[in-house]
Design a protein around this ligand. Structure first.
Ligand code: 13P
Length: 342
């Protein structure tokens, strides 16, 4: 059992992470994933470039106005800006919580090879201790659920839910707020209705396992997908449809004790991710804060503007801060498309 003073402390941090007007920057791409982004701008995947890219993002002036926390990768949380200030201190000085991705990526599920499970439970408590000593306040673990002909299997859903729950409990014991991320992938030709059906099974299984494990719901943040159609479905769904369907699901399955849910962007464009979040919050207030924890939808324009060149840092930071501000407005339903041009 976690003691009450620990839960109170975790709850305080979780509430600040999802506070109205702020969201989380996912900058925790593994070395392989950031390499794919760099390829698009013709930049070699070297440590100096990865450092420079993250420094550009984290030192954006006024980042703390819109961003409550940044999720980093193991390499990143150990890096510093060129003036020698550690990235952890750069973020703390800006009023932003440093966070850390602690899963070790996905692998084929041995009992169902076309589905994935997430690696990283082995040795987790020791790694969490080290991250706490480096200054992390929260962690992230991502599980992915695949929709295809006979997928997902119930067994895969339950295994991922169990692993997420075990991770979450270890985090709370270590004094870190767990971001619990079950992502139903947008890949494939499935409809929004199918996404809704699968997302419901995933969240029901997750909250069951969290309860069984003794995780304090008030000391965690959920990070799941919106209810949305598959990328290859051709189904036309409006932000309104996505908002209504997502909220209908959340009202059914999310416990009121949960401080908040921070959406992933999952392959939505920058504008779609903002519009959808805005529609969701226009229908509020909700029992939980509903905010963003975007990777691609906060970084796509910024990396294009940056191109790996120091003379482009200011333009790249403006592009990043613009998206952060638009999403910040969307957390209270106050975003309007004309603001994109101002
Ligand atoms: P996207 O917003 O690019 O989906 O990334 C969020 C994330 O952290 C996935 O784990």
């Amino acid at each position: 059992m976690l003691d009450q003073s620990k839960i109170t402390e975790l709850n305080k941090i979780a509430k600040q992470m999802v506070q109205a007007g702020k969201g989380i920057l996912a900058a925790d791409e593994s070395t392989g994933t950031i390499g794919k982004k760099f390829e698009k701008i013709g930049l070699p995947n070297e440590e100096t470039n990865r450092q420079a890219y993250r420094e550009m993002l984290f030192t954006s002036p006024g980042i703390g106005e819109y961003i409550s926390g940044v999720i980093m990768y193991d390499e990143t949380i150990r890096q510093s800006s060129r003036d020698g200030t550690s990235f952890v201190s750069v973020l703390q000085n800006a009023g932003v919580f440093p966070g850390i991705k602690v899963d070790m990526g996905t692998t084929a599920d041995p009992s169902s090879p076309n589905e994935k499970i997430t690696k990283g439970l082995e040795g987790l408590p020791d790694r969490l201790k080290e991250y706490v000593s480096l200054g992390a306040k929260f962690a992230k673990w991502r599980a992915v659920i695949t929709i295809a002909n006979d997928l997902p299997t119930s067994r895969n859903i339950v295994q991922n839910a169990r692993d997420l729950a075990q991770y979450a409990l270890e985090c709370q014991k270590a004094g870190l707020v767990p971001i619990v991320e079950p992502e139903v992938l947008m890949d494939g030709g499935h409809t929004m209705e199918k996404c809704r059906e699968v997302s419901e099974k995933v969240l029901v299984a997750l909250f069951e396992e969290l309860k069984n494990a003794g995780v304090a719901l008030e000391g965690m943040v959920l990070k799941t997908n919106m209810v949305i159609s598959g990328k290859e479905s051709g189904q036309k769904v409006s932000p309104n449809d996505i908002a209504a369907s997502t909220l209908n699901l959340f009202k059914k399955v999310l416990p009121p004790l949960l401080p908040g849910q921070a959406f992933l962007s999952g392959g939505q464009s920058e504008i779609e991710a903002t519009q959808n979040l805005n529609e969701i919050n226009k229908l509020g207030p909700h029992p939980w804060q509903l905010t963003f924890s975007y990777g691609r939808a906060l970084q796509d324009s910024a990396i294009k503007a940056w191109q790996g060149k120091s003379e482009n840092v200011k333009a790249a930071q403006s592009a990043f801060l613009h998206r952060a501000k638009m999403n910040s407005l969307a957390t209270t339903g106050k975003y309007e498309s004309f603001m994109e041009n101002n």
